[in-house]
Design a binder for this molecule. Structure first.
Ligand code: FOL
Length: 203
């Protein structure tokens, strides 16, 4: 038995909260932003623990095959139809509650202890996760340009402060939670500006 795992949603979204276009990311070339995603989701809270990334089947399909499963992380894919695979780093479940059951069941003997748990999308999975009070944190990369999008993140976070039951945390709290010094200045890559933010649920 284990306490309910805390869930962190990680997402990059435009000012209008757009996250996807035609089954992929709306932008290209944000290599350092993607490197931040990879570092943060990999960095486990203690030696001998492994983080988990939980994603929907469409997000799994959107990841370039050479990067799948996302390395050095336990990958849990939510699908009503995909066949179960049996692999240490990749598992398929039928629903978000089943994914959370997996997290609370593991951590014995040979397999690595459960580290942090990240919800990495897409929109349907973010929406299901936000229904749960365990979803306490959002790591938002706010893209300061408008890209065409056909999919949006299900909660609108204002430019700063508080809104919709969420509160933006400061740089010190972001650094401490992710385990690295995160730039607070506006970032720019291939002409696209963005900012790293952390939000926590008000309760
Ligand atoms: N969160 C943030 N901040 N940025 C994102 O781009 C993002 N993307 C997703 C979810 N949350 C995000 C979902 N889409 C890969 C590709 C698409 C994707 C998530 C991950 C991927 O290939 N990741 C590799 C890095 C590959 C590289 O080095 O370019 C990984 O190892 O994480």
């Amino acid at each position: 038995t284990m306490p309910l795992p805390e869930l962190t949603l990680i997402v990059a979204a435009t000012s209008k909260m757009g996250i996807g276009l035609r089954s992929t990311l709306p932008w290209t070339g944000l290599k350092k932003e993607m490197a931040y995603f990879a570092r943060v989701t990999k960095r486990a809270p203690s030696p001998g623990s492994t983080n988990t990334v939980i994603m929907g089947r469409k997000t799994w399909d959107s990841i370039p095959p050479r990067f799948r499963p996302l390395k050095d992380r336990r990958n849990v894919i939510i699908s009503r139809s995909l066949e179960q695979t049996t692999s240490a780093e990749s598992q398929i479940v039928g629903s978000l509650p089943e994914a959370l059951n997996l997290l609370s069941q593991q951590s014995t003997a040979s397999d690595s202890k459960t580290g942090k748990a990240f919800i990495i999308g897409g929109a349907q999975i973010y929406e299901a996760a936000l229904e749960l009070k365990q979803a306490r944190r959002i790591l938002l990369t706010r893209i300061l340009s408008d890209f065409e999008c056909d999919t949006t993140f299900p909660v609108v976070l204002p430019e700063s402060g508080e809104g919709n039951g969420w509160q933006r945390k400061g740089k010190a709290e972001l650094d401490a939670w992710v385990g690295e010094t995160v730039a607070e200045e506006i970032q720019e890559e291939t002409g696209t500006k963005y900012v790293f933010e952390m939000w926590e649920r008000l309760d």
